[in-house]
Design a protein around this ligand. Structure first.
Ligand SMILES: NC(=O)c1ccc[n+]([C@@H]2O[C@H](COP(=O)([O-])OP(=O)(O)OC[C@H]3O[C@@H](n4cnc5c(N)ncnc54)[C@H](O)[C@@H]3O)[C@@H](O)[C@H]2O)c1
Length: 353
């Protein structure tokens, strides 16, 4: 059995840039740090091989993937001292649908030309797992790719906050066709959502009353430019990931800002109004700074390999533990500690999903 995991990339933006650079970093002997699993069920992180890629930006379509990841407006962190050889994967013109609304066209020129047949392209490339990294709010485009993955029998990881894996009829169809699903909206490796949840879990365990909390995220990449124009679905997945943990009514908010000269470096601020013993007040105000897209890629490499394990085992439909641990809005929210335990059991083959 081949150890190679053939990846279909949807959207050659900053997250793809971080992922492709990172795969080169580890393949070229970069220090084995920053991974949850170097090896997972027999698959090394470097077994993930981009096989086909889709975009709609004139600066990216037609380029080799290794060049397209640096085309504007991408501005992700550049991993030093890696050699990016030609990948042999040409970025294909995808169906545009709602992926390039007017506000995003101020950031990029839309490619002209006919979109390819996505199902045929997936089959021709021998793709096994699709990673969806379309701009937030591209509901129609995301559906087109997700349906194409189903039709081609390609596993689907939904990295963006469109509720596709949470759609019961889509999940049923995937289960029938033995197509594994992980989603929705990747929870970054050490990002706003996982930290906010960890703080909330600690407060709940220690009897601290949460009265009010917000999370404010700001960065200078295209994702944040898009979020300030069409961030409703992201606001919902972020707020929901925190709100669903608190077993009583608390005032929870999530917001975004775009600060151009921050490029792909993101700041997340966390604010809490709390009470401890005898309702005494506490204020917590914390800050995280992180390379935003690397934070996505560090989780995507595990979600992709879980899909491959499920394909090997003939399991289709929602991968419950992987979705809960890796995503902000899974079909079933599970506290992170429990989700991690379930995930490790899944990897070891002790549970189906
Ligand atoms: N950065 C993170 O840490 C993180 C974490 C969780 C989720 N996400 C989500 O991942 C997604 C991608 O983020 P990003 O920073 O890479 O965004 P990005 O804007 O840099 O990249 C999106 C890419 O999709 C392309 N695109 C648009 N419409 C398309 C279509 N119809 N077909 C093919 N390609 C199309 C764009 O041209 C662009 O290259 C976003 O929805 C974001 O919210 C990111």
């Amino acid at each position: 059995m081949s150890r190679e995991i053939r990846l279909a990339i949807v959207g050659v933006g900053n997250c793809t840039s971080a992922l492709v650079q990172g795969l080169h970093y580890y393949a070229q002997g970069g220090e084995s740090v920053g991974l949850m699993h170097r090896e997972m069920g027999g698959y090394d992180v470097t077994d993930i091989k981009p096989a086909v890629a889709f975009d709609v930006n004139a600066c990216k379509v037609g380029l080799d993937l290794s060049d397209a990841i640096f085309a504007p407006p991408n501005n992700a962190y550049r991993v030093p001292d890696i050699e990016l050889t030609e990948s042999g994967v040409e970025v294909l013109m995808g169906p545009v649908a709602d992926g390039a609304p007017p506000h995003l066209q101020s950031q990029m020129e839309r490619a002209v030309g006919q979109p390819v047949d996505v199902v045929a392209a997936l089959r021709e490339a021998g793709a096994e797992v699709m990673l969806n990294m379309l701009p937030t709010g591209s509901a129609e485009a995301a559906r087109i790719y997700a349906e194409a993955a189903l039709e081609a029998g390609v596993a689907f990881v939904n990295g963006m906050p469109e509720l596709i894996v949470c759609d019961e009829s889509f999940a049923r169809e995937a289960e029938m066709r033995k197509v594994p699903l992980v989603g929705d909206d990747v929870k970054s490796q050490l990002g706003g959502t996982i930290l906010h949840r960890a703080m909330v879990e600690t407060m709940l365990a220690r009897g601290i009353q949460i009265k009010k909390t917000y999370q404010l995220n700001y960065a200078g990449n295209t994702d944040f430019y898009n979020l300030i124009h069409r961030g409703e679905s992201k606001e919902k997945t972020k707020r929901g990931a925190v709100e669903t943990l608190i077993p009583y009514e608390a005032d929870v908010s999530a917001g975004f800002a775009h600060v151009p000269n921050m490029e792909d470096r993101k700041t997340a601020r966390f604010y809490f109004e709390l009470a401890n013993f005898s309702n005494a007040p506490i204020i917590l105000d914390a800050k995280l700074e992180v390379e935003d897209s690397a934070n996505f890629a560090g989780v995507a490499v595990d979600a992709i390999r879980c899909c491959r394990l499920a394909l090997d085992r003939g399991t289709g439909g929602v991968l419950t533990s992987a979705s809960a641990f890796f995503c902000k809005h899974p079909p079933q929210q599970i506290v992170d500690e429990q989700a991690l335990k379930m995930l490790e059991e899944f990897i070891q083959g002790k549970r189906d999903r």
